[in-house]
Design a protein. Structure first.
Length: 166
């Protein structure tokens, strides 16, 4: 039987307070303060510690990202969702730092070009914000839409990344 303990710590950032959750298998979630508890369902009995190796690695890499020292993450994930959701979430990591992609482009990227709405729904349930960069996905018209951290935070994250690229 797999040990399913969940470890949690919080990180203060210029984008707000972030909650980082891991299991022994990998990073399970990175959520925003005020995030709906139903968006990324987690157990109630989280173990509060910053000493778990996956949490430590995730927090270090997140700090490096926030200090503009990292543009890509290298962390093992424990993604829990349908096969379609996992493909959608994994495809987020292919959007280059400082760039954006539409939901339609993401649907094509996973080989499901007609599943634009389903990709939008799965992207909205991305359990690992920032690290699996759902903030880089925009509407077909170029509008900033749907982000668990709020549209203003999405705008700030994109500006943050673009200021380093430009």
């Amino acid at each position: 039987m797999i040990d399913d303990r969940h470890y949690v710590t919080t990180v203060e950032s210029q984008f707000g307070k972030l909650t980082v959750v891991a299991t022994d298998l990998g990073l399970r979630a990175l959520t925003w303060s005020g995030d709906s508890p139903t968006r990324v369902p987690l157990p109630d009995d989280l173990i509060d510690t910053a000493d778990h190796p996956i949490l430590s690695a995730a927090c270090l890499q997140l700090a490096e990202y926030l200090e503009r020292e990292r543009t890509q993450f290298d962390i093992q994930f424990d993604l829990r969702g349908t096969e379609f959701q996992r493909k959608t979430w994994e495809a987020l990591a292919t959007i280059p730092y400082g760039d954006t992609a539409t939901y339609g482009e993401q649907a094509k990227r996973i080989g499901r070009p007609k599943a634009v709405r389903a990709v939008g729904s799965a992207t909205g349930r991305n359990p690992i914000s920032i690290i699996l960069p759902c903030h880089r996905v925009i509407g077909a018209s170029g509008d900033l839409v749907g982000f668990a951290g709020g549209i203003e935070t999405k705008k700030e994250l994109l500006a943050f990344e673009r200021s380093r690229v430009g």
